[in-house]
Design a protein around this ligand. Structure first.
Ligand code: DGL
Length: 273
């Protein structure tokens, strides 16, 4: 009897290294699954691009990646790409696709003051998708939003081994706290996959700027891991999982400073597309 070929890997896509925060949660849920992580470094950052650019770029790139890695499932580990391009990707590809959207529902479940902050990229926080999530799951809450491109850069710098300027984290929290009602925020949604990578720095800034008000942070990674594991529940990969693979669309020359961080997330090989 012929052995059945092992199912394909899980393919992750983000503009940069932010989606590693999602990959880590998926690996905890599916420790034997082979993982391929694509950083669209040639398109980075997504958060300052137009909707039309993202809606065209993301499905086209995923089409090329599918041909290359033959995944079992795609995880768009990026809020910006998901809130804009998810329907386009699903229409273009005949594969299960899990998106990353702002965790407004769990934030509303947790908030006591009924004031929630949403910290994302500039593109994400202006999306109708966020209006819709707020209306469906947080109708009795004030949902304050702030978009930051600097915070994305800070997370990238941290994973290159640099220490970002603490003023960046303070400015991001101030962007929420200084809005009307912002002094009552008790839950902040990290609506960009880069931001959990700087959660400690953000928590420190929140303690300084909102003294006496404990603020908690939520992101979508655990929910995405549960959803991915559910969709793949019939598949079995042989143990142990192979080391993770990364694909950078902007070439591999500039990847060297990220290597230790990639290794810490179980990624050993880096290729270019
Ligand atoms: N990590 C991304 C997100 O979740 C995008 C960051 C960027 O490229 O601006 O939105």
């Amino acid at each position: 009897m012929q052995a059945r070929p092992a199912p394909g890997p899980i393919l992750f896509l983000d503009s940069g290294i932010g989606g590693l925060s999602v990959l880590a949660a998926v690996r905890r849920a599916l420790p034997h699954a082979p993982l391929v992580y694509c950083a669209d470094s040639a398109g980075f950052p997504y958060g300052t691009r137009t909707e039309a650019e993202i809606a065209t770029r993301v499905p086209a790139l995923l089409g090329r990646l599918v041909e290359r890695v033959h995944p079992s499932i795609i995880v768009i580990a990026c809020n910006t790409a998901s809130t804009i391009a998810l329907p386009h990707v699903r229409a273009a590809l005949d594969l299960p696709v899990v998106g990353t959207v702002p965790a407004i529902k769990p934030a509303a479940e947790r908030s006591k003051t009924r004031v929630i902050g949403v910290l994302g990229t500039r593109a994400t926080v202006r999306q109708p998708y966020v209006d819709d999530l707020s209306a469906r799951f947080a109708a009795d809450c004030t949902v304050l939003r702030h978009g930051s491109a600097e915070l994305v850069e800070a997370a990238e710098a941290k994973l290159r081994g640099k220490t970002p300027d603490p003023a960046i984290f303070r400015a991001a929290i101030e962007g929420l706290a200084h809005q009307p009602g912002g002094d009552r925020i008790d839950v902040i949604v990290l609506a960009c996959t880069h931001f959990p990578l700087v959660a400690e720095e953000l928590a420190e800034a929140a303690r300084a700027l909102l003294p006496g008000r404990p603020v908690s942070f939520v992101d979508g990674a655990e929910g995405i891991a549960r959803r991915t594991a559910h969709l793949l529940s019939g598949l079995h990969w042989p143990a142990p999982a192979p080391p993770g693979r990364a694909i950078f669309t902007g070439g591999t020359e500039s990847v060297a400073p990220y290597r230790p961080a990639l290794k810490a997330f179980g990624i050993e090989t880096v290729e270019s597309l």
